[in-house]
Design a protein around this ligand. Structure first.
Ligand code: PAD
Ligand code: ZN
Length: 364
């Protein structure tokens, strides 16, 4: 099957034929339908985050089940599924307390299947699977728990977005931060994930929703996804502007959705006393944000991380499907460009330039 393989950091993905082994017990072989172009993959391409190389990236995907391994009961060939990049093991402490997004067994095996081996090879060479998904390929083998069924009349490009950006962004607003109705929200970084934080804040009936970005196009987009104010951080002091908009108080909830120490500090500075700062972006390895320790105490700020929107995919994916169907969230409007797998390097150049809401690779 054809896949996009990352052999070396800072080199283009290589589109080539590789081998996919049969699913083992508890695994599912799928045909990928659509894959979203997310910055998390880009962090690996740039070497800002590390993964076992070579690897097939892609963690925001939808697919159709082709066949199932021994013991698989929750899906069957022909079923449409949304892929989860943290398929909880169901047995570790975090899965048992209902926080499967923090699954220990998944973290321990990383980009390999739960038995620690791979299903992807180029000749003798082992290739790893990002998030046990690896959807920048025509086909994949994934754990059963990574397949969340979705009805066959549901659009597959939208389904892919539910696999990461929608769940991550809306979950950060609703589940991690639990934004209160009427409150003021500021979102730093309005790409595919940040736009979903904005619409999550709108769903929570936030009062003022302030979008902060360095790209004017993204800010225009943000106004369609719930923002009431737009702040261009490349031509004004974003913290000062948020203070001005909030009458000197700062925002009740702030979100960092780019991925850098600097923007974490910006989101922290914009929060009011007692406000909640939620960090969604994944900063380059080793970067440390500096937070004034006394300000944390005296101002009672709350600093939180949000991974996969604090979601339990089998619970939240179907909820997002229903919110999309009833028109409460807009996912079609996020998809600004569609690409073929062969154009994946171009898709990431577009992401880097900030040209797109969300790009999607389609396979069918
Ligand atoms: P994206 O590239 O689509 O969006 C990033 C946005 O940040 C762009 O609109 C940029 O213009 C904007 N930006 C850049 N610099 C600044 C700045 N200094 N101030 C304000 N805005 C700025 O990326 P994305 O939406 O796909 O991903 C955003 C981050 O979220 C990224 O770090 C990704 O790895 C992370 C992520 N986290 C999770 C999770 O579970 N926590 C899941 C998915 C993605
Ligand atoms: Zn993602």
């Amino acid at each position: 099957m054809k896949a996009a393989v990352l052999y070396e950091y800072n080199q283009p993905l290589v589109i080539e034929e590789i081998e996919l082994e049969d699913p083992k017990a508890g695994e599912v072989h799928v045909n990928i339908a659509a894959a979203g172009v997310c910055r998390s993959d880009y962090h690996f391409m740039k070497g800002e985050a590390r993964i076992a190389l070579p690897t097939v990236l892609g963690h925001e995907g939808s697919a159709i089940v082709k066949r199932v391994g021994e013991g698989v009961t929750s899906v069957k060939p022909g079923d449409h599924v949304i892929l989860s990049f943290v398929p909880g093991c169901g047995r570790c402490h975090f899965c048992l307390i209902g926080r499967s997004n923090l699954c220990d067994a998944h973290a321990a095996t990383g980009p390999y299947m739960y038995d620690g081996t791979t299903r992807l090879y180029k000749g003798e060479q082992r290739i790893s699977h990002m998030g046990k998904v690896a959807c920048f390929a025509e086909e994949a083998v994934v754990p059963e728990a990574g397949c969340v069924p979705v009805s066959s009349d549901f659009p597959m490009d939208v389904a892919a977005l539910i696999g990461c950006s929608a769940t991550t962004g809306i979950g950060a607003a609703i589940l991690t931060a639990a934004v209160e109705a009427g409150s003021t929200v500021a979102v730093v970084g309005c790409g595919g994930v940040g736009l979903n934080v904005l619409q999550g804040a709108r769903l929570a009936n936030a009062g003022r929703i302030i979008a902060v970005d360095i790209n004017e196009g993204k800010l225009e987009f943000a106004m369609k996804f719930g923002a009431t104010h737009a702040v261009n951080a490349s031509d004004e002091d974003a913290v000062a502007r948020v203070m001005e908009i909030t009458g000197g108080l700062g925002a009740d909830y702030t979100f960092e959705v780019f991925g850098s120490a600097r923007t974490v500090e910006t989101a922290y500075a914009m929060a009011r006393k007692g406000g909640t700062v939620t960090v969604v972006g994944i900063a380059p390895m080793g970067e440390e944000a500096s937070i004034n320790a006394v300000s944390l105490t005296r101002n009672e700020k709350v600093l939180k991380g949000s991974y996969y929107g604090s979601a339990r995919p089998p619970v939240e994916f179907p909820r997002l499907v229903e919110m999309y169907r009833s028109g409460k969230i807009d996912l079609d409007g996020l998809i600004t460009r569609r690409y073929r797998l062969e154009q994946i390097n171009e898709a990431y150049d577009d992401l880097d330039r900030g040209d797109v809401g969300r790009g999607v690779i389609t396979f069918q």
